[in-house]
Write a protein that binds this ligand. Structure first.
Ligand code: HEC
Length: 147
């Protein structure tokens, strides 16, 4: 019984000490999200280049990666990360959190749609614009500082 109790306590302890997002410092959160956005920007340019070269397999892999990155970003805007560390995030994010999250989710979903339609697209540039680039602008215009 004592052993069982100890195991139970150990499990509880592990659950509570497992590093959660809330335990990251504000600096780690803000720099973390900026790093993910920068990576997505680089990846988007690769996606554009690969798709133009009809290298769809490699492009689709990167589209899936971008979709996943957007999903992770949903966790990178907690209440305590509104300012500091040169963030360009606008307060409008926290005033319209549902709208912001919906745009992030749409950006993620659109990358998966893009992955499923790109091979058969007649207009590759236009398709990339619709499902990838337009989402950057839609979000930045309302939720990111002029830079
Ligand atoms: C749903 C909202 C949203 C979408 C979609 C989005 N961004 Fe952003 N982006 C932001 C916000 C907010 C910031 C500011 C983050 C900060 O400084 O804390 C940002 C910052 C950036 C940065 C600066 C990162 C740094 O190092 O400071 C780049 C580059 C960027 N975005 C590129 C893109 C590109 C390219 C796309 C589309 C392929 C995109 N973003 C899509 C909201 C978005």
């Amino acid at each position: 019984m004592k052993l069982l109790k100890n195991i139970f306590l150990l499990i509880l302890l592990t659950l509570f000490t497992f590093p959660a997002y809330s335990e990251l410092s504000v600096e780690e959160i803000i720099k973390g999200r900026q790093a993910i956005f920068s990576e997505n920007y680089k990846t988007a340019k690769r996606v554009q280049a690969l798709s133009s070269d009809i290298e769809f397999e490699a492009a689709i892999e990167l589209m899936n990666k971008m979709s996943e990155n957007y999903k992770n970003l949903l966790d990178y805007f907690p209440e305590n990360s509104k300012e500091g560390f040169d963030t360009e995030a606008l307060p409008t994010i926290w005033e319209n959190k549902d709208e912001f999250n919906a745009l992030m989710q749409k950006a993620s979903d659109d990358m998966l749609t893009l992955a499923s339609v790109i091979e058969d697209a007649d207009d590759i540039r236009g398709t990339l614009k619709t499902y990838m680039w337009s989402n950057c602008k839609a979000c930045h215009s309302k939720f990111r500082e002029e830079h």
